[in-house]
Design a protein around this ligand. Sequence first.
Ligand code: C5P
Length: 208
Amino acid sequence: MNGLVIAVDGPAAAGKGTLARRLAAELGLPYLDTGLLYRATGRRVLDRGVDPRDAPVAEAEARALTPADLARANLRGSEADMAASAVAAIPAVRAALLEWQRDFGRRHGAVLDGRDIGTVVFPDAPVKLFVTASVEERARRRWLELRAGGIAADRQQVQAEIRDRDAQDANRPVAPLRPAPDALVLDTTSLDAEAAFATALALVRERL
Ligand code: C5P
């Protein structure tokens, strides 16, 4: 599997991370959660007390990212979600993070999850998955996850935030959230993690 690149894209809370991580473990490939790059950039901008839509500051922070930024504890939660989505809409931020992602994938192959892996970062990836589910189901899963982590969130609010973030990600002019024409769309609304994994693995075997 050395050298193989697998793109796993999709909207928020669709189960991309779980699937991508499992594929990587099964195939012995490195895994990269590309959302972390945007989250860490957003967090650095917030730490400076600046609006995450500020393009020059966001670009400078994207260029200054360090591995330690990706390991920070406060990269999740609604403030971090929205800051990530705001910096991700800035073309100069995306440009700053592009080569980093490509270098990571090219070194030994990789499974990468995000929004534009199959369309922009690795348009020639031999295996592309677009993982999605209804917004109600995604909100339910995120809400259960938060509850399991001891966070009492309002389910309607979780759903509204997911909807807002998807709209922002899908409507930006650069690298919008959308399936690559050659991606397999995996709707997991009524598919459990096991079945999603089996379908994805079958596609990998078929494309190799
Ligand atoms: O995947 P995750 O929810 O962690 O991503 C956080 C945000 O980062 C997304 O809402 C999106 O705006 C942005 N993102 C992106 N392109 C990627 C990965 C994430 O624009 N490849």
